[in-house]
Design a protein around this ligand. Structure first.
Ligand SMILES: Cc1ncc(C[n+]2csc(CCOP(=O)(O)OP(=O)(O)O)c2C)c(N)n1
Ligand SMILES: [Mg+2]
Length: 415
């Protein structure tokens, strides 16, 4: 891991319900956010949402402003206090390379090399900050968009692409990097994470589990069940919700009446809203939450407040349901730009560093492109393998039907 976790020296917080001393935690008497959203009556039904901060907005934990200014935070500073310039450059490098990889994957889909791609554009800080907060022995349960977290866990980026090309069902061994396979069934991985966390607690391990999910997933019953079980069993799990404001075409307002982090209070554990475009804040808050889990204090909900800059997937067209101004407002809060500004202002990186990184990014793009094009097509019958450990009559029947279907092409070719 790039970042030393020994800075996590702040005294442990008390258990659920007493955790909040700042406005950004649950358990405090904060007024909830009133959202101001005007729906346009255009044919495309795009929406314009207020991006100006109101006095009723819940506070974000923020350590770096969009202008790249370091701001003090009494509660979380200690978690990044020992961070070195080299580690800061490392976080920057992680975000730049992740974005480059993501752009390459999007281009590969457009060129017909991938069937689909789910871009993480805009969410680099949330993923790199939280990913770098994890320890090697922690276990990560991602959705389908956690390319930055995969990068932090040491999963080779080319391995993420096989499933999107349709040549395999996963592409990596989850136990090699303690990074579970991508999960498309929305919210279900939070249950897997909770069960896994209950298991490692029974084993007496001091590692922790982190489950990623989205604002849309927060409406799933699976997520509510995970919250209940993890709270009641005091499971060492961090629920990391990337609130990127959209669940395909549904805005967050359609998922919840309260800021998402406040949901945790009803289940009896702390929730925190962090600036999801601030890599330092995401690192600090996730370290804190993982420390709580490791020291037996149970689950935490972290809501990383961010924005999906791109389409939901390459099959989606966001211009049909949201206004350009919304995206433009979030562009000003770009996670990579703000760390660059900070690095430059504090003389932690020079032109040589940025130039080298640019070259490294291009090399990564090339490597990914070549690797995808060279991926062999799978054996047509591989899909029937590994369905049941000991085989199954129905699978045998389906395999036979498929074989007959394949054979039917031989006739056509022979005509
Ligand atoms: C159980 C289930 N229901 C519906 C879907 C279809 N679906 C795919 S992505 C998605 C939206 C998820 O939104 P969110 O949780 O906010 O994650 P994001 O895509 O924004 O990262 C939906 C409804 C699904 N994959 N699984
Ligand atoms: Mg979302």
């Amino acid at each position: 891991m790039t970042v030393d976790s020994s800075a996590a020296s702040e005294p442990r917080r008390s258990a659920a319900g007493k955790a909040g001393t700042t406005g950004s935690k649950t358990g405090t008497k904060r007024t909830t956010r009133t959202t101001s959203r005007t729906t346009t009556s255009t044919a495309s039904r795009t929406t314009t949402r207020s991006t100006t901060k109101k006095s009723t907005d819940p506070e974000l934990v923020q350590l770096l402003t969009p202008e790249g200014k370091r701001v003090k935070n009494a509660e979380y500073d200690s978690y990044v206090a020992g961070i070195t310039p080299e580690e800061l450059r490392g976080l920057y490098r992680d975000m730049v390379l992740t974005r480059r990889f993501d752009a390459e994957a999007t281009a590969l889909q457009r060129q017909g090399e991938l069937g689909l791609w789910a871009s993480l554009l805009g969410q680099e800080a949330a993923q790199i900050g939280s990913g770098r907060a994890t320890r090697e022995d922690d276990y990560v349960f991602p959705t389908y968009r956690e390319h930055g977290v995969a990068w932090c866990r040491g999963v080779d980026p080319t391995n993420l692409l096989g499933m999107f090309r349709g040549v395999n069902h996963g592409g990596w061994d989850p136990n090699s990097n303690n990074f579970h396979l991508y999960t498309i069934v929305i919210g279900s991985q939070t249950l897997h994470a909770t069960g896994y966390a209950m298991g490692i607690a029974k084993d007496g391990a001091d590692s922790a589990v982190i489950a990623y999910f989205g604002d849309g997933a927060s409406s799933q019953g699976d997520v509510a069940e995970s919250f209940t079980f993890s709270a009641v069993y005091n499971a060492p799990v961090v629920f990391f919700c990337q609130n990127n404001q959209w669940a395909i075409s549904e805005p967050t307002e359609k998922q919840t009446r309260v800021p998402l982090y406040q949901r945790a209070q009803g289940f009896g554990f702390p929730g925190v809203r962090v600036d999801g475009n601030d890599v330092l804040a995401c690192l600090a808050v996730t370290k804190w939450a993982l420390e709580r889990a490791r020291s037996g204090e149970g689950p935490t909900l972290v809501e990383a407040y961010t924005y999906r800059m791109g389409a939901h997937t390459t099959s989606d067209d966001p211009t049909k349901y949201r206004a350009d101004e919304e995206r433009e407002a979030w562009e000003a809060k770009d996670p990579i730009l703000r760390l660059r500004r900070y690095l430059e202002a504090s003389n932690h990186a020079d032109e040589g560093f940025f130039a080298e990184l640019e070259a490294e990014s291009e090399a990564l793009g090339r490597r990914v492109r070549e690797a995808v094009r060279a991926m062999p097509d799978p054996d047509n019958f591989a899909v029937f393998e590994n369905v049941y450990a000991d085989g199954h009559a129905l699978v045998d029947e389906e395999r036979a039907q498929f074989a007959a279907y394949q054979a039917s092409f031989a006739d056509v070719e022979g005509v």
